[in-house]
Design a binder for this molecule. Structure first.
Ligand SMILES: [Zn+2]
Ligand SMILES: [Zn+2]
Length: 770
């Protein structure tokens, strides 16, 4: 076994390790040094890959010190498979896109550094990542069935994994970055299910530190926030966009809900906003209490305007910076070295009542460190600006890394023969090494290669033998090829039988369909099926997350034709139990919504179930009109409909004993206005004569209807038929045979035509005689 450290040894930054095991070669992480010093490369030493090119790439987590060089490495080896957890993939996308954008801006400056890679290289890299689930084992090389990698939960940030590699040459556990403490967003690593490994490569960021109690730090932070708000000040929390910012949001949200922090608005700005969305899109990996919150409260986790948690839009930022109202702003970057946070800090720092709250690591040269070192009245350099410090500055420890005690505890559980300490300053790693007496310890330097004895030594276990969680069936990746693709109906049936009343996420639906064989690579297949979800599920968004509530069977049948609506079709819409009106479809349904203009309102997105009847009438030529013009056209048509003589009583008498569907009705009448008129009448008044079930209208029994005196009168006039003589105010008239819900048309011998309510007419006595 051989391990080469291209970077991330005796330092925090540019983590990149080449592992040669059982004759095969893996690259673990490919990070950059975001705060490279003068003369130091931003990249790991990639020339070391020449001798032993990697055969597969494994990524522990999304942070830039583990992924920042990846687009470049991936383009050097365009055919290698790349594996990472699904959440890592999503978060890496946000981080790398931002980093390439900053590099491009920097590259334009006359003395700026050239970008390390382009946006295209980022895209190409992201597209090649095969997502892996936490606790899932994969076979990264198709021709090496005895070489398996399991992605174990590492805590730290969403999706962070430790890599447990088993091979004929022994086992290796690479920790990546780890957190033992449970955080609000995610649980810590699971000490009880750690496997034993021959070689352990372990991070030691805080190898010489011990963390204060997490809850205590959170309480102190909330107290400082409240003290600031009480004196009318504002709080700025510059925070790392991934992980830390989400923790602060949840801490402050909870203290505000319990009344310990005043109910002031919380604003999120910078990359924090998109990362919050990404966190929420990965529900299955979040802390179980957050999963319960999403299911029960059905509210977004982070941005939630109803709870005064806002994402700041670019055009609102300037006003917010200038505002003097008490508020809390959480913005990236965490060291005030870029992003939106320096813009706020430039103002907040100059105000005596305000407060700057740091919660994370500060690079020596970062403005954040300068603020922490400064006293009130000092001037601090931020970018090209000098700011005179007047506000309060505090720092609390919400670290996402294990401290010395926790690392020792973790190593003790893994019981490695060789412990390799990485990802930490030399003094932190040395301090850590002194904690162990009976393990062989290595602290490699950058560029160094360690050759380890290839023989495996079986140690008698002190604790239980390697226990991976129950679910961790070893599933070699190619297996998914044989699995079937679900149809949306399959997913609906699974959801309906297993939990008809609750909303489902994509992953839950995937698991319901594939069972134990589900893995993140199958998610895209489930998503493809869910493109046509609207007729089977009610769709709702919860932050960035789409959730699916299975519709009842009848509703599925009823809505089926609605999913085929095309632009230019005319439909009848009815919101709730309101009056039905006419609508022109602007765009076919998507996500359970359909874009319409109606005779009541201009264009709008409306839920599909508002569309009650589909007459199959088209006015495609109206699509080119302004929305207000379409509305006018519909209003005119609606007037024509009101004058149409359609009589539900006629339908009701004819249909006695058998249900009526709107489609049947349409087949009986060619006139489009009449079809629409019947539709509108059915929706507005049909319930008095029909019982509606889904799309079917069952005529109510005659005896029931006949109890209504007005109805009896109407029916008798109908039965008398056209030409029958009727009596109105002592004058003789005849029925023309045209009637509707309220009125009958009559004519006298002079040819005069009138429209009269049924109750004003009585049949002429001589009718019976003739
Ligand atoms: Zn990290
Ligand atoms: Zn790291």
């Amino acid at each position: 076994m051989e391990i080469t450290f291209l970077g991330g040894a005796s330092e925090v930054g540019a983590s990149c390790h080449l592992l040669r095991i059982a004759g095969r070669t893996f690259l673990i992480d490919g990070g950059m040094r975001p705060a490279a010093r003068e003369g130091q490369s931003r990249l790991p030493d990639l020339s070391l890959l020449d001798r032993h090119p990697p055969e597969a790439i494994l990524i522990t987590h999304a942070h830039i010190d583990h992924t920042g060089a990846m687009p470049l490495i991936a383009s050097l080896f365009p055919h290698l498979p790349i594996y990472a957890t699904e959440a890592t993939k999503v978060l890496t996308e946000i981080l790398l896109r931002d980093s390439v954008r900053i590099m491009e801006i920097e590259g334009l400056k006359p003395d700026g550094e050239t970008p390390l890679y382009t946006a295209d290289q980022v895209d190409a890299f992201l597209g090649r990542i095969t997502p892996v689930g936490l606790d899932q084992s994969i076979q990264p090389l198709a021709d090496a069935p005895d070489l398996l990698v399991t992605f174990l939960r590492a805590g730290h940030i969403l999706g962070a994994a430790m890599l447990y590699i088993t091979s004929p040459e022994g086992t290796v556990l690479h920790t990546g970055d780890i957190s033992v403490t449970d955080q609000r967003t995610i649980k810590g690593l699971d000490l009880t299910s750690l496997p034993q490994a021959d070689v352990m490569i372990c991070e030691g960021t805080y190898g010489n530190r011990s963390h204060t109690n997490r809850k205590e730090e959170e309480r102190k932070l909330a107290e400082t926030v409240q003290a600031t708000l009480e004196q009318g000040g504002r709080v700025l929390c510059p925070a790392f966009a991934v992980g830390r910012a989400q923790e602060i949001v949840l801490i402050l949200k909870s203290y505000r809900a319990s009344g310990h922090v005043s109910p002031v608005p919380i604003f999120l700005d910078g990359m924090v906003r998109s990362v919050c969305q990404a966190y929420q899109s990965q529900v299955h990996d979040l802390h179980p209490s957050l999963q319960r919150y999403l299911t029960n409260a059905r509210r977004p986790l982070f941005t939630d305007p109803d709870l005064h948690l806002y994402a700041v839009r670019a055009h609102q930022r300037q006003a917010l910076i200038a505002s003097k109202k008490p508020a809390i702003v959480i913005s990236s970057s965490g060291m005030l070295s870029g992003g939106a946070s320096p813009l706020y800090a430039a103002e907040v720092a100059t105000r005596e009542k305000d407060c700057l709250l740091f919660t994370g690591y500060q690079d020596e040269e970062a403005p954040g460190a300068a603020f922490l070192a400064a006293k009130r009245g000092d001037t601090v350099k931020m970018g090209d600006k000098w700011v005179q410090l007047a506000c309060r500055v505090e720092r609390y420890n919400l670290s996402g890394h294990a401290d010395a005690e926790q690392i020792v505890h973790t190593v003790t559980k893994v019981r490695p023969r060789t412990l390799i300490l990485v990802h930490g300053a030399p003094e932190a790693l040395e301090a850590l090494a002194n904690r162990f007496s009976r393990i062989e310890i290595e602290i490699p330097g950058p560029g160094e290669t360690l050759v380890l004895t290839p023989t495996r030594v079986e140690l008698p276990p002190l604790i239980e033998p390697p226990v991976l969680s129950e679910k961790s069936d070893v599933v070699p990746l190619p297996v998914t090829v044989d699995l079937p693709d679900p149809t949306v109906r399959d997913l609906w049936e699974r959801a309906r039988t297993q939990g008809p009343q609750r909303p489902w996420t994509v992953v839950e639906l995937g698991k319901a369909y594939y069972g134990a064989s589900y893995m993140p690579t199958l998610r895209s297949r489930v998503e493809v099926a869910l493109k046509g979800a609207a007729p089977y599920f009610k769709l709702r968004t919860m932050g960035a997350q789409m959730i699916y509530l299975p519709r009842p069977q009848e509703e599925v049948e009823e809505l089926h034709p609605l999913t085929m609506l095309t632009p230019g079709e005319l439909v009848i819409v009815q919101g709730g139990k309101g009056t039905p009106h006419l609508g022109l479809v602007l765009a076919g349904p998507s996500n359970g919504q359909v874009a319409l203009v109606s005779d009541q309102w201009k264009a709008g997105e409306k839920p599909l179930q508002m569309v009650q009847l589909v007459p199959g009438i088209e006015r495609k030529q109206w699509l080119v009109l302004e929305h207000s013009e379409i509305k006018q056209q519909l209003q005119q048509w609606h007037k024509a409909i009101e004058q149409a003589w359609v009589d539900l009583f006629v339908l009701w008498t004819r249909q006695q004993g058998q249900p009526l569907t709107y489609e049947q009705l349409c087949q009986q009448t060619a006139d489009e206005t009449e079809r629409l008129a019947y539709g509108i009448e059915l929706l507005a008044k049909g319930a008095q004569l029909f019982k509606r079930q889904g799309g079917r209208w069952y005529p109510i029994g005659e005896e029931v209807v006949r109890k209504n005196v007005g109805f009896v009168q109407h029916l008798e006039l109908l039965q008398a038929g056209a030409g029958a003589a009727v009596w109105l105010n002592g004058e003789r008239w005849t029925l023309t045979g045209r009637s509707n819900w309220k009125l009958f048309e009559i004519r006298n011998h002079d040819g005069e035509v009138r429209h009269v309510r049924a109750n004003l007419l009585s049949l002429y006595p001589s009718v019976e005689a003739s």
